[in-house]
Design a binder for this molecule. Structure first.
Ligand SMILES: Nc1ncnc2c1ncn2[C@@H]1O[C@H](COP(=O)(O)OP(=O)(O)OP(=O)(O)O)[C@@H](O)[C@H]1O
Ligand SMILES: [Mg+2]
Length: 245
């Protein structure tokens, strides 16, 4: 059973008289442990697609089956639940809260889940250690480099133990050295933790960290390029059954 299955997904935006077909009949399957890069020109629908995969947005038509369950018509609070238990998000602009230090930023998703203070701190420190930031726990975002801020954002995505990491241009605001260190972290999470990754990027060398590249053009899949055989990316972690109930 694929982890993610999109069938004939379309998304139409309407503002006043103008209609935009941002996605037109997307079919996409993502297996557990996959590492997919999405490329394509500006406006081709990459962020729209990632937002639908991440249950941040709903398709206009088509079906979305996530871990065996139809999710495209679920109510917003159910989708929020799925996001919380299942997905970690990483964005180009980091989206850290400026007044909180690294550790407090990483603890935030656990506060929403009602995890107690001591356990929260333990998990936040562990997540920050795993991205090489053990020495930066009490730095605020403004006191961190761009690459370090993005690593805090990854730690925040990891602290909820997601099955999937969804990243929209995670290296778009970084120099190539910092970008490569982010990709090294993604590679490790994918290979060693079995975390499924779907990332959007404009850069070929970033896209090539995945096992396949989906090229979008005008809201449709133009072509797909397979980079590595899937057993190089096979997960070691077991799929938790009934994650979506
Ligand atoms: N909220 C919205 N309302 C109306 N139109 C939108 C909205 N969001 C996106 N669009 C339109 O949908 C199309 C796809 O947008 P999307 O943001 O998915 O592109 P993208 O591939 O991520 O581009 P970029 O590389 O610039 O980030 C664009 O034509 C955009 O103008
Ligand atoms: Mg975009």
């Amino acid at each position: 059973m694929p982890l993610i299955e999109l069938n004939k997904i379309s998304r139409q935006y309407r503002s006043g008289q103008i209609k935009v077909d941002a996605l037109k009949g997307i079919n996409l399957t993502v297996e557990k442990g996959d590492f997919v890069s999405i490329m394509g020109p500006s406006g081709s629908g990459k962020s729209t697609l990632l937002n639908i995969i991440g249950c941040l947005d709903k398709p206009s038509t088509g079906t979305y089956i996530l871990a065996g369950r139809r999710v495209e018509k679920l109510a917003d609070n159910r989708l929020a639940d799925i996001r919380n238990r299942f997905m970690g998000f990483v964005f180009q602009s980091f989206n850290l809260l400026p007044q909180l230090d690294a550790q407090a930023n990483v603890e935030l998703p656990l506060i929403y889940r009602g995890v107690g203070g001591r356990e929260r701190r333990r998990r936040a420190v562990k997540a920050l250690e795993s991205v090489g930031l053990a020495e930066r726990l009490h730095h605020k975002p403004a006191q961190l480099s761009g690459g370090e801020q993005q690593r805090v954002a990854i730690a925040r995505a990891l602290v909820g133990e997601p099955e999937v990491i969804l990243a929209d241009e995670p290296t778009g605001a970084l120099d190539s050295h910092s970008g490569r260190s982010i990709m090294a972290i993604f590679q490790r999470l994918n290979r060693e933790e079995g975390i499924t990754i779907v990332q959007v990027t404009h850069e070929e060398y970033i896209a090539r960290n995945g096992v396949r590249i989906i090229y979008l053009l005008d809201g449709a899949v133009e072509r797909e390029e397979i980079l590595k055989t899937s057993d190089q990316a096979r997960p070691r972690k077991q799929l938790v059954p009934n994650m979506v109930s």
